[in-house]
Design a binder for this molecule. Structure first.
Ligand SMILES: [Mn+2]
Length: 202
């Protein structure tokens, strides 16, 4: 179908602050091996990979967690975004847009993504007590660096926000998995085409 059947890749990023390795199969079964050294984030990324049918192995080999989780959390977003971007190569054939809803009790997460080459992230999350050292602003840093590194516009809206951050963020990461699964699927009607009227997504 004009597209490499293997959409798998490896990525390694080393900085003075962190060292993070990642392996991805976009057309996987949702099998995740996540070792970020941030337990709460491991759980969220497992949900993301499982519901997105991504085989994802991400390991934080070195981190400056003695300071705080700031660098590690942000660098994980960069590595994830670059890994997906690399696996999608020219973006040929992909649906490009994706949308996912994930409810949990009275909380409803909705993620909408457009893999258009331009990084942008917004969300409306205001509720949820910090949990296990994680917070709304860490989620914001992570997904902002993810959207910029992937080259995607990502909008996340959560309605019926819970006082429990765990609940709110589960709906965010599950709906993101659903949205990204959809956006990265090959559309057979345009399998040989870059999905932009400009003929390029960069
Ligand atoms: Mn949970």
């Amino acid at each position: 179908m004009g597209v490499s059947s293997e959409r798998k890749t490896r990525f390694l990023r080393k900085s003075k602050e962190t060292e993070i390795s990642c392996q991805l199969n976009i057309d996987g079964r949702g099998e995740a091996r996540i070792k970020t050294q941030i337990g709460f984030l491991d759980h969220m990324l497992e949900l993301f990979a499982f519901h997105g049918f991504f085989d994802l192995e991400l390991t934080v080999q070195k981190a400056d967690l003695e300071i705080d989780i700031h660098h590690t959390n942000e660098d994980i977003g960069i590595v994830l975004g670059k890994t997906f971007s690399q696996a999608l190569d020219t973006k040929q054939g992909i649906r490009r847009f994706g949308s996912g809803f994930a409810p949990m009790e009275s909380t409803l997460g909705h993620a909408v993504i457009d893999i258009n080459g331009r990084g942008y992230f917004s969300h409306n999350l205001t509720k949820g007590q910090d949990q296990e050292g994680y917070s709304i602003s860490y989620m914001e840093h992570l997904l902002e660096s993810f959207a910029h590194s992937l080259g995607a516009t990502l909008v996340v809206q959560v309605s019926g926000q819970s006082d429990d951050l765990h609940t709110n963020l589960e709906t965010v990461f599950k709906s993101l998995g659903l949205a990204l699964d959809q956006a990265t699927q090959i559309d057979p009607r345009r399998a040989a085409t870059i999905p932009s009227t400009k003929g390029i997504i960069d």
